[in-house]
Design a protein around this ligand. Structure first.
Ligand SMILES: CC(C)(COP(=O)(O)OP(=O)(O)OC[C@H]1O[C@@H](n2cnc3c(N)ncnc32)[C@H](O)[C@@H]1OP(=O)(O)O)[C@@H](O)C(=O)NCCC(=O)NCCS
Length: 316
């Protein structure tokens, strides 16, 4: 049966005869390439996946599934069937457009993982800009942001290097769907260059998120991060069943606190000595929060109050 599946879908069986306590029968590792539509590249197309999965269940296989980093439909389907990112393959990525590799061992039970819902195909509308998933060619701009002295000033960790960013870009969509942390890119249009990065992390209680942001230096002071935070918050409270979003700022980072306040987040508390500084010391954290049941009202009031409509186009 295993041979039949391999022959039918052109899968590559990599190792054989591996017994363990979960898998008393002979186990094997199969690598398949999957695309959402047909073509010369894939071993499998998305519509063939359910049949292949039935076969892998029967043979108790371990399967590595390779797919394109932007093939979100395939990543969704694999996540639904309990495939997870392969950390070794991820660490070995050298190119931003290298395939994503998701793995499942069919000899053990796996649950479908789902964290955040899909965003609209052209991104989340954010008052004249859009928030989309990252593209592989965002790499150079994101790398420059990591090294920017303005971003280093209040950073809590060392900057990510090229390799780490390649891994982050390659895993961003899977992480968005399965958690626990991912990011979106703010752009003037869905295919435009990055204006800002909005990080989104899962906080332990269900329905709670934490966000962070950095604006590309050339685009600062034009309302980019404010609109990104507002747009994301509006989407999260209306499309994603999120109850509470947190945002932590060092007191010295006045520009960031201004973004939080313009985005209608309230400073709820000061958490003492919570945020690390690059010199080894710790800063307090101003803990800002937006709540689902009151944010939209506060946001409308804020937009009116500072004379900037939430729909105002980006100033260049
Ligand atoms: C802090 C940081 C993210 C701010 O980003 P930004 O995109 O420049 O911020 P915004 O433009 O949204 O808001 C700041 C200014 O834009 C102005 N602005 C211009 N057009 C605007 C619009 N259409 N809507 C809202 N604000 C607008 C605001 O008035 C505000 O100015 P003010 O504070 O002088 O009154 C940016 O400086 C940065 O990347 N810093 C380094 C990383 C960092 O510290 N991140 C935060 C970690 S907690």
């Amino acid at each position: 049966m295993k041979q039949d599946i391999g022959a039918h879908f052109g899968a590559r069986t990599q190792s054989h005869a591996k017994n363990n306590s979960f898998s008393p029968t002979t186990d094997s590792t199969t690598t398949v390439r999957i695309e959402s539509t047909g073509g010369s590249w894939p071993d499998l197309t998305l519509d063939q996946l359910p049949t292949a999965i039935d076969g892998w269940r029967t043979t108790r296989s371990r399967v590595h599934a390779e797919t394109g980093v932007a093939d979100h439909a395939v990543i969704d389907a694999l996540a639904q069937h309990g495939f997870v990112l392969d950390p070794v393959a991820l660490a070995q990525r050298t190119e931003p457009a290298a395939p994503v590799i998701l793995t499942r061992d069919f000899s053990t039970t796996a649950t479908a993982c789902e964290w955040l819902p899909r965003i609209p195909p052209h991104g989340i509308d954010a008052d004249g800009i859009v928030l989309t998933h990252p593209h592989p060619d965002d790499l150079d701009v994101l790398l420059a942001c990591e090294q920017d002295p303005g971003a280093r000033l209040h950073a809590v960790a060392e900057p990510l290097d090229r390799e780490a960013l390649v891994g982050l870009l390659g895993s961003a969509y899977f992480q968005w769907r399965a958690g626990p942390a991912s990011f979106l890119i703010a752009r003037a249009s869905p295919a435009g260059p990055p204006l800002a990065k909005l990080s989104v992390r899962r906080v332990v209680p269900p329905g709670v998120l934490d966000v962070g942001y950095v604006t590309v230096p050339a685009h600062r002071g034009k309302g980019v991060s404010t609109r990104a935070v507002r747009g994301f918050t509006r989407w999260a409270f209306t499309a994603a069943s999120i109850q509470r979003i947190e945002l932590g700022v060092k007191p010295a980072n006045r520009l960031s606190a201004a973004v939080a306040e313009r985005s209608a987040y309230h400073c709820e508390s000061v958490r003492k000595g919570r945020l690390s500084n690059l010199d080894g010391s710790y800063s307090d954290e101003l803990s800002y929060v937006a709540l689902r049941h009151e944010w939209a009202h506060d946001c409308d009031r804020n937009s009116g109050g500072d004379g900037r409509s939430a729909q105002q186009p980006q100033r260049q």
